[in-house]
Design a protein around this ligand. Structure first.
Ligand code: FSX
Length: 365
């Protein structure tokens, strides 16, 4: 693989104009919540960035994460960016198979020791390590082997980030997340079942631009994409505030586009960018299509008590109180002490989020 060609040159060779490139940089800046004044710096850094080697491992998953990434309308700039990292190993996308594929992985690890990015999708079965193997190597063994000399790890999808669907009760394979196994590497979680494609490429672009991972929340999610809950950015929010709800999927409220809270929408406790970035090239997102949010970027979303059961009022109160506490920066006493329980820096506290897991824990205690 040629890692020496700078990214800017590779993009130009693929017919990407300067204007298109700068537009991408501006979008990247805004996605990463950076001021417009950062665009020239991003452009300069990306122009000369060397293509990092990326090794992508897929374990227990449905391949939805890769499908999500490849469903962008070709050719998109994010697709080109993705082409212009050196994706040295990816079960689904690589041409090589068998011994040749494994040789490519080993060569990439050797040539880029300590510098390559490891992307993982899917959870790892600990209950039965022989349950899921690649080239005769258990998922656990392969993860440890590749992680050892990785510069950083990106856990793509809720399965890799939190165990996801394979971890759902009764978790027959003993599925765990990447961060439950690897303790000595920088890890960023990009949850969602699947995650939004531009969020995956945005994290990669951040790494290309700044040589480090973006700022994360307490669940290791990039704040730029997971800093707000769906509810607060939802275009149906004014109906919630007015008390106008759909009670069934075909009543007058549903037809008028009223709030889906009573139909089980988990938007108030789900942190993701679906309501702003949306899907299919910014076309729509589940709530816009008339279905409540399932909360797929939150830990244990599958076991949250039913996709069509409304969140309880006490949960909503807690969520609201926490939001107010965050807004005024009042860590002390806010949201039943949720914000105080963990020791954290000022920056972390300012961006604290309240998740389903927190709420469930809070309600039990
Ligand atoms: Fe999991 Fe991804 Fe859901 Fe599927 O790779 S996050 S089941 S979309 O495919 O891991």
């Amino acid at each position: 693989m040629n890692h020496d060609k700078p990214l800017g040159q590779a993009l130009r060779e693929q017919g990407v104009s300067r204007r298109g490139f700068l537009k991408f940089c501006a979008t990247t800046a805004s996605l990463m919540a950076l001021p417009p004044s950062m665009v020239p710096a991003i452009a300069k850094a990306l122009e000369s960035a060397r293509r990092p080697s990326v090794i992508w491992l897929s374990f227990q998953e449905c391949t939805g994460c890769t499908e999500s990434l490849t469903r962008s309308h070709a050719p998109t700039l994010e697709g080109l960016i993705f082409d212009n990292i050196s994706l040295d190993y990816h079960h689904t996308l690589q041409a090589a198979s068998g011994d040749a594929a494994e040789a490519a992985r080993e060569a990439a690890m050797e040539e880029n020791k300590g510098k390559y990015l490891l992307v993982v999708d899917g959870s790892i079965p600990l209950g039965n390590p022989g349950y899921s193997t690649i080239a005769g190597i258990s998922n656990l063994e392969m993860l440890k082997e590749v992680a050892e000399h990785a510069a950083a790890i990106i856990a793509v999808g809720t399965c890799a980030a939190y165990g996801g669907l394979p971890h759902a009760k009764p978790n027959p394979t003993g599925a765990v997340s990447v961060e439950e196994i690897i303790k000595d590497k920088p890890i960023v979680n990009v949850p969602g079942c699947p995650p939004i494609p531009v969020v995956i490429t945005g994290v990669l672009a951040h790494f290309l631009t700044f040589g480090k991972l973006p700022e994360l929340d307490h669940l290791r999610r990039p704040l730029a994409f997971y800093g707000n809950n769906i509810h607060d950015r939802c275009y149906r929010r004014p109906f919630y505030d007015k008390g106008l709800f759909a009670n069934t999927f075909d009543d007058e409220g549903a037809r008028k586009g009223w709030c889906l809270f009573k139909l089980g929408c988990k938007g108030p406790v789900t942190y993701n960018a679906c309501a702003t970035i949306k899907w299919n090239d910014g076309t729509s997102f589940p709530i816009e299509a008339g279905h409540g949010c399932l909360g797929c970027s939150e830990p244990n979303f599958w076991d949250m008590g039913g996709f069509y059961n409304a969140l309880s009022e006490s949960t909503m109160d807690l969520s609201r109180t926490a939001a107010v506490g965050i807004a005024v920066g009042a860590a002390a006493g806010a949201a039943s002490g949720l914000l105080n329980r963990r020791k954290k820096s000022k920056a972390e506290a300012a961006h604290e989020t309240v998740t389903v897991k927190d709420l469930q824990r809070e309600e039990k205690s």
